[in-house]
Design a protein around this ligand. Sequence first.
Ligand SMILES: Nc1ncnc2c1ncn2[C@@H]1O[C@H](COP(=O)(O)OP(=O)(O)OP(=O)(O)O)[C@@H](O)[C@H]1O
Length: 592
Amino acid sequence: VEVEVKNSLIIFLAKISNGVEPGLSWGWNPSSDPCKDHWQNVDCDSLNTTVTKLFLNGQNLAGAFDAALLCNTKPLAASLTTLALDDNNIAGQISGEIGHCNQLTQFSVSNNRLSGTLPESLTALNNLKTLDFSNNQLTGLIPNFDFSHFDKFNVSNNKFQGPIPNTKGFVQVNSFVGNSELCGDPLANKCPSLSVTTDENSKNSKGVSKNQVILYIGYAILALVFIVLVIFKICTKNKKEDKKVDAANKVAAVDESVSKASAASSEFKGGLSKSNYSVTMSDDESQSTNIVLSSFIVLTSPAVDGLKFEDLLRAPAELLGRGKYGSLYKVIFEEGMVLVVKRIKDWAISGSDFKQRMESLYQAKHHNVLPALAFYSSKQEKLLVYEYQENGSLFRLIHGSHRGQAFDWSSRLSVAARIAEALAFMHEELRAEGIAHGNLKSSNILLNNKMEPCISEYGLMVINDLDNQTPRKASRTGSSSSAFNGDIYGFGVILLELLTGKLVQHNGVDLTVWVHSVVREEWTAEVFDKTLMSEYASEERMVNLLQVAIKCVNRSAEARPSMDQVAIMINTIIEEEERSRVFDPQSSMSLI
Ligand SMILES: Nc1ncnc2c1ncn2[C@@H]1O[C@H](COP(=O)(O)OP(=O)(O)OP(=O)(O)O)[C@@H](O)[C@H]1O
């Protein structure tokens, strides 16, 4: 089985298990073969050369479903016939990439937390015999399937809406029940008749449903035009108002204030479709016209000079990820500019506190911290705009398909030092404001076009459910120093990933726990990434860095060093490394 297939399976599992990664206990080891070494929950063809089935039912998976990870991997998409994910706690959307897995005969995801609309590409899966999406939170219209293909079709107990396409009698009523806004045959709930009674098709059920669809589309277009007009009005009104904005805050305000528009939530649609974004207010908000409740601010930056909110809404958007606290979209503009938009819903921070926070972050600039280029704030949600970094994240560099290759020891040390320095700087600048990073992890360290590490999403702490926090999550409430200590812990975990090449959760065990146990047994050398050992990196310096990491992940937050102490310790290791190079000219030092 191809390496890319193994990697896709492992990364798919890491994401869908939210990093818990049960795969190693199932034998899912990158150095073994899924077929020949009989990975659990995987079936292969009779020659043992291709993966045909994935059975991940009832495995307590609570991460995000990412069809792209499986279906954009060509050899896997060409062989996978069964994808069974029933009875978990999986969130996320079924993205259009599922259409590339065109050999699927069974796709079942019943009893999960999937949401969003179904992509049209599902109807292109001509081999599909079993489709079970029951008991999720899926919305929108049911696509126009050829129902005659199915042995089993079930979308019951979701939030589907609108008329059921013509099933030609191939699907029973039970498959549709539990969707209160679904209507039409075979449900008893008739669709509201929107056509005029003189319509000659009104007696013909097929004709009626066509008219209804046309009318629905008509209404949708009218609604869209209305929303665009409202947004346009808000934008032009706010442009005038923004001229009054205090110049001292160094932001160019583009758009703000409240209209009495009725609300629906903002939405960037995934799958490189046209962004469909409507900005509206809740009743509470529409009552008070004096208070600035919603605003779109472009921070002065040559990269997005003149960016308008309408441009963001218009440009096609692709869903990159859906984390616990928000979704991330890649937005591509006609002129070739590519941005990402982080959308955070229900963040319990007031509009003015949020704006204040963004301004403080804007002031505290560091070369290795990715700045927000613009932000939008309404009561229901916050949007942050960043530049797209095409070289991906540190997570991908360490764990991705080219796992650790060409990521040598000196480069790892250099990355560690730069992140530590940037974090020390940010902590120093923002301590008085109490703004720590709050969610520091290797997927939030991006590599810019010079392959330098940049900390992204600084200051987006959206911790509402403190009870569920693991020690590595920062706290917004309580003493703000706990959020700073949380960053130091997070940085320690990143150091451990750099040193071991292992995922934060591997073999069902937390990386910090595993490292502690190995070190306690005095098998320290076993900890290090094999690719580092094979390049003969200095074990002494690796042990030194490991000691720094262990200090950072100390269970007692007070015992952890401060970030500037950490930066000094790492720079001392780099100096030792450089000194040793002078004495040993053969060893090369290719700093990133
Ligand atoms: N500006 C960016 N450019 C390119 N890729 C990005 C950018 N920001 C984030 N990413 C990548 O997009 C993916 C999804 O990001 P997202 O922030 O949704 O997820 P996350 O970091 O895993 O979770 P969380 O919501 O906890 O931050 C990650 O792999 C991340 O590295």
